[in-house]
Design a protein around this ligand. Sequence first.
Ligand code: QAP
Ligand code: CO
Length: 166
Amino acid sequence: MALLNILKYPDPRLHKVAEPVTCFNEELSSLIRNMAETMYESKGIGLAATQVDIHQRIIVIDISEEKNSLITLVNPTLKNYSGLQEYDEGCLSVPGFFETVKRYDLVSIDYQDEHGQAKSLTADGLLSVCIQHEMDHLVGKVFVEKLSQLKQQRIKKKISKLLRSG
Ligand code: QAP
Ligand code: CO
């Protein structure tokens, strides 16, 4: 197992668009294990491959208290959505910042598991927010880009200060 380096906003590599996974092999399983380990170690509830500079459509999520309910989404596609909700979101690529974002309430997705098996999932509440947040990463979008320009500037300045001071 290995911990992966998480890119920090505003790293331009966070804006790359991920490619679909075509090969379901041991290398993919190993990457997924390392992504999960990196997420748990960082106290996160979701991580997209884009955030570790791997530009393939892979997401790991675990919103459980016990951290024993890993959800792996490979090649997720949004099938259906309804309603709106607001949630205070954070991101492992934007450490220390939580801001309210508006997203769909209910979402249904199709995806593949780590073996390539086709699955679908309908979610609301936090899981729905997390799925939408992580799917945004796969198309190069970071949640701060949903905030006002002023808030984005403030966040960029504070993070570059933090990165400078280590
Ligand atoms: C996305 O984000 C998410 O700033 C996943 O200091 C977050 O796991 C979706 C984290 C909230 C919905 C609601 C962020 C940990 C974790 C930080 C994360 C931090 C420590 C973020
Ligand atoms: Co994120």
